[in-house]
Design a protein around this ligand. Structure first.
Ligand code: SF4
Length: 245
C-alpha cells in the first residue's frame, strides 16, 4: 500500500526540521480546527507583532487575541498559547524544545501532552516534523482513509487509531504514511464520497468491496485533473517548501 501511494505522491521522505520546535508547536495550536491558510496568516501576524516568544508571553491576552483573530477561535487559542509558553519557560528556563530529540519517543510525547491543550496529534506533529521521530499524527483524513481501507476496526476512535496505526507501522514508514494518507484523503479518498475510479488501492480496500455491491457511494472523477490543482499550504509544509519566516 505504501509503495503504491508513494508512487502516486512522490515518495515523501522527512527532509529535516521545517520550523524550530516551539514555532511548530504554536503553529499547530493555531491550526487546530482552522484551515491551513488562516493559521498560516495568524502565525505570520503573531511573529510580525511579537518578534520574541517572551513578548508573546508578556502581551496582554486581549491584544494577542486580536492579533491572531484571522486564525479563528482566537479567544481560546491566545490564552492557550500563553499557557503553553509559560509552562515551557517554567520547566526549562527558556523556550527551547530541542532537548526532546534526545528523549525516547514515549517520554518526549508525554512531556508535550502534559502541556495545556496539547493532545497526541499536536505532540506527534512536533516530534515527527521537527525531529523525524516515529510518532504518528492521525488527522481527519488519515482516520477516514484508514477506516475505509479496513486498517482499523469499525469502532476504533481517534485515540485507538493512533495506537493501532503506530503499532502496525515500522518507524521509518510513519512519515511517508502520514503524508501519503493525507494527500490521498484530499485528492482521491475524499469526504464524503471517495473518487475510487482514481485510486490505486481498490483491490485491497474494504470500502470498495461495498461499492462493488452497490452498498456505498462514490464520486465521479473531477473534470480538472487532480495533479494540476495548486498545492495547498499544508502540502507546502509537509514537503518542506516555503515555511513561514
Ligand atoms: S478504493 Fe475508494 S474508498 Fe478505498 S482507499 Fe481508494 S478512494 Fe478510498
Amino acid at each position: 500500500m505504501l509503495e503504491r501511494l508513494g508512487e502516486r505522491y512522490e515518495e515523501p521522505r522527512w527532509a529535516g526540521e521545517r520550523l524550530d520546535p516551539v514555532s511548530e508547536l504554536v503553529l499547530t495550536v493555531l491550526a487546530q480546527n482552522t484551515a491551513d491558510v488562516n493559521s498560516h496568516r495568524a502565525f505570520l501576524l503573531l511573529r510580525e507583532r511579537y518578534p520574541t516568544w517572551q513578548q508573546v508571553l508578556a502581551a496582554p491576552t486581549d491584544e494577542l487575541t486580536d492579533v491572531i483573530r484571522p486564525g479563528g477561535l482566537a479567544p481560546t487559542k491566545a490564552p492557550r498559547i500563553q499557557q503553553v509558553l509559560a509552562e515551557i519557560h517554567d520547566a526549562r528556563g527558556d523556550f527551547g524544545l530541542s532537548f526532546l530529540r534526545k528523549l525516547p519517543v514515549e517520554e518526549a510525547r508525554e512531556w508535550l501532552t502534559a502541556l495545556p491543550g496539547i493532545g497526541r496529534k499536536t505532540a506527534s506533529i512536533v516530534l515527527m516534523f521537527c525531529f523525524g521521530m516515529p510518532s504518528l499524527p492521525v488527522d481527519t483524513h488519515i482516520f477516514r482513509v484508514a477506516h475505509r481501507l479496513g486498517l482499523l476496526p469499525p469502532k476504533a476512535n481517534l485515540a485507538k487509531a493512533h495506537e493501532l496505526l503506530e503499532e502496525a507501522l515500522e518507524p521509518d514508514e510513519m512519515y511517508p504514511f502520514h503524508v501519503e494518507m493525507i494527500r490521498h484523503g484530499r485528492d482521491t479518498c475524499r469526504a464524503p464520497r471517495p473518487i475510487c475510479a482514481l485510486c490505486p488501492l481498490t483491490d485491497i480496500c474494504d470500502y470498495y468491496t461495498l461499492v462493488l455491491k452497490g452498498k456505498a457511494p462514490v464520486a465521479p472523477p473531477p473534470r480538472e485533473p487532480v495533479g494540476e490543482r495548486p498545492p495547498r499550504y499544508h502540502d507546502e509544509l509537509i514537503h518542506g517548501w516555503a515555511p513561514p519566516e
